[in-house]
Design a protein around this ligand. Structure first.
Ligand SMILES: [Zn+2]
Length: 433
C-alpha cells in the first residue's frame, strides 16, 4: 500500500520539529504527580510562615563553628523536631582537633557533638545531610535576620539554616501524609562542616556505606543544582625563629616573619588557573613587638584542586616548602617549621548514578514548575565525601540564595516552600524504587 504523500511528510516534519515543553520533557523521565503527592504539596503551600519563623529563630542564634553553645542550641531544636517525627536520636561525639600554633595563639578546635537521627524501614535507604555551623564567629558584626519582600538576609540564611528548614519541612510533610512510616531515612547533622568536617568525616563516611542515596541541603544557589565540585585541602604552618632586640642585637635574631614571607610567596605561586589548582594564604599572624625580631609566625592555607592526584601533589609541594629554608643561610635547626595538612574534601566527580539523581530531581522540578539549572562549583560539601565512597549524592537541595560566607548572604523566601516540595516528591519516589 502506497501511503506516502507530500502533505503527510510535511505534517510529520512539523510534529518532529515542535519544541517539546518542559512539562512534556519531564514526563518522559518522571510520571505525572499523583493525587497523594499533590495533597502533600498542598499541605506545604500553607507552611511558608512557619518555615520563615523557624529560619528567623535559627539565624538569630549564632552558630559559628567554634561557638559550641550556639551549635548545641541549634542541635537541640532539630532533635526535638525530629523526635516528634518518630526519629530515634543518637549523639555522635565531637573531638578536639589539635593544630600547631604559636605560643599564646591556641588554634585547637573543640568541635561540638553531631546528631544522627534515624527511622527504620525497608527499601531504598536515604541519607540526608546538613550542617548546623556557620562561618560567622560571635565577634562578627553580621548576626541578625532581616526580611525585605521575598528576600531574607542574615548569617547562614542560605548556608545553610534555610536548607535545614527545607529538609525538616519536607520530612514534616511526609509525616503529615503518613509517608514516613516504613521508610529507611537517616539524617546526619554535623557541627563542623565549615571547618572541613574534621571531626564528623568518619561518621559521614560510615553512614555513606550504609545508604543508597545521599541528599545534602546546601543552597540551590540561583535555582541550580551542582553536578561537580573541586576537592579541598588546608594547611597550617608555624615557624619558630629566635627573638632578639631589633636594635641592639639584630644579627642574633632569626625572624620567623621573614621566613613566613618567603614561604607565603612560594605557596601563593602554586596557583595555576589553567590546571584549576588554587591556593590562598588566608590568615597570617606573628611577632611580638615592633622592636623585637619575631620568634614565631603562623599561616593558614586553603587549597582547591579538580583531580585527586593534584591534591596529593600539592601536599608534596607544601611539605617541600615547609622543609626548605629561604630567609637565612643558617642551619635548619635555627628556624623550624611545624605543619599540619589535610585534604578534607575529595573532588566530587559525577557518576552515572549521581547524574541519574540530578536529572531525576530536575525532572521532578519541571513537574512542579521549577526550572533548575546545572552548575559546577569550586566550593566543597559533605556530599563530596559520601560520593567519593560510592554513595550517589546530590548536594544542593536547599534554599535558593547567594552571598554565602559574607555579610551579603541572602536567600529567597518563596524558595523555602518550592524546595520542600521538590524534596518531598524526590524522597517519595526514591524510597519507592
Ligand atoms: Zn554550607
Amino acid at each position: 500500500m502506497q501511503f506516502y504523500s507530500p502533505l503527510l511528510s510535511l505534517l510529520l516534519w512539523l510534529v518532529l520539529m515542535l519544541p517539546s515543553s518542559p512539562l512534556q520533557a519531564a514526563e518522559d523521565i518522571e510520571p505525572a504527580l499523583t493525587s497523594a503527592e499533590l495533597q502533600t504539596i498542598d499541605w506545604l503551600n500553607g507552611q511558608e510562615q512557619n518555615m520563615l519563623d523557624l529560619l528567623e529563630r535559627l539565624t538569630n542564634i549564632n552558630s559559628g563553628s567554634l561557638n559550641k553553645a550556639g551549635v548545641d542550641e541549634l542541635a537541640a531544636i532539630f532533635r526535638q523536631e525530629l523526635r516528634q517525627l518518630g526519629f530515634s536520636i543518637t549523639t555522635l561525639p565531637g573531638d578536639v582537633i589539635a593544630m600547631p600554633s604559636c605560643p599564646g595563639s591556641d588554634y585547637d578546635i573543640d568541635v561540638a557533638d553531631h546528631t544522627l537521627a534515624a527511622r527504620r524501614g525497608t527499601g531504598t535507604r536515604l541519607l540526608l545531610m546538613g550542617h548546623l555551623d556557620t562561618v560567622f564567629p560571635t565577634t562578627s558584626p553580621f548576626q541578625s535576620f532581616r526580611r525585605e519582600g521575598d528576600m531574607v538576609y542574615g548569617p547562614g540564611v542560605a548556608d545553610m539554616q534555610g536548607g535545614l528548614v527545607v529538609m525538616l519541612y519536607a520530612l514534616k510533610a511526609l509525616a503529615e501524609s503518613g509517608d514516613l512510616d516504613g521508610k529507611a531515612i537517616t539524617i546526619l547533622l554535623n557541627s563542623d562542616e565549615e571547618i572541613g568536617s574534621l571531626s564528623s568525616r568518619k561518621y559521614l563516611e560510615e553512614q555513606a556505606r550504609r545508604h543508597d542515596y545521599g541528599l545534602v541541603y546546601e543552597s540551590s544557589g540561583n535555582d541550580s543544582l551542582v553536578r561537580q565540585r573541586k576537592g579541598l585541602g588546608q594547611a597550617r604552618f608555624v615557624i619558630h625563629g629566635r627573638a632578639s632586640h631589633a636594635g641592639g642585637a639584630h644579627q642574633e635574631g632569626r625572624s620567623a616573619i621573614k621566613e613566613l614571607a618567603y614561604k607565603i610567596v612560594e605557596i601563593e605561586n602554586m596557583t595555576d588557573y589553567e590546571s584549576g589548582v588554587t591556593v590562598n594564604v588566608g590568615v597570617i599572624s606573628g611577632g611580638e613587638a615592633r622592636n623585637t625580631i619575631a620568634p614565631c609566625a603562623e599561616a593558614f592555607v586553603d587549597l582547591r584542586y579538580p583531580e585527586p592526584q593534584q591534591g596529593l601533589d600539592a601536599v608534596d609541594q607544601f611539605e617541600d616548602i615547609f622543609a626548605n629554608l629561604y630567609s637565612y643561610p643558617v642551619d635548619s635547626g635555627e628556624i623550624t617549621t611545624e605543619s599540619w595538612t589535610n585534604l578534607h574534601r575529595p573532588p566530587k566527580i559525577p557518576t552515572e548514578e549521581s547524574d541519574y539523581l540530578l536529572e531525576k530531581t530536575r525532572a521532578i522540578g519541571r513537574l512542579l514548575g521549577q526550572e533548575l539549572g546545572v552548575r559546577d562549583s569550586g566550593g566543597g560539601t559533605d556530599g563530596s565525601l559520601t560520593q567519593a565512597l560510592g554513595l550517589p549524592t546530590l548536594d544542593s537541595l536547599g534554599i535558593a540564595g547567594s552571598g554565602a560566607h559574607s555579610d551579603r548572604e541572602q536567600a529567597r523566601v518563596s524558595s523555602l516552600v518550592e524546595r520542600a516540595k521538590l524534596s518531598v516528591v524526590l524522597i517519595r519516589r526514591l524510597t519507592a524504587e
